[in-house]
Design a protein. Sequence first.
Length: 185
Amino acid sequence: MPYPAALIRKVRAHLNGDGIIAYATESCYGLGCDPRSYRAVRRILQLKNRPQFKGLILIADRFSRLRRYVLPPTEEQSRQLDRAWPGPHTWLMPASRHTPRWLRGRHESIAVRVTAHPDAAELCRALGTALVSTSANRAGLKPLRTYAACVKAFGQRVLALPGRVGARKNPSTIQHLLTGRIIRP
């Protein structure tokens, strides 16, 4: 179900002001922001008590929104991506020169996913952008799975959006595109 236009305007204004949002994803609520906002990314890392060197995941409703952050895939790599997306499969791809270190951490790659979750995909489509996507929790704690839990945990620091988390019990698979190695099953 599409988000109301008024809510999308509110979310867009919030993100443009370096704000953070909480939204439903495949397995839990995620914290997100505009990936071009250094201030918002820093705020997410502080909220989660997550070190910057780990890097973050970017999600989108289609690959074209992620292209600026990755090097162009080969034909075979494109076929791999097409077989896995949209879906709960995150690929580590070589980062483009446009991808800031504060998004990719200590890595020369960036984690990206074309989501099949209807709310998350609709949010990216309506906003016309990729979003940072990291689980809504402090490092080491269980991810939050409801709107109410996000409101309780983050209060006014995060704009929580109503939604329903997908049926997955585990976070997305993470796989290195160049080597095929599974980083997280």
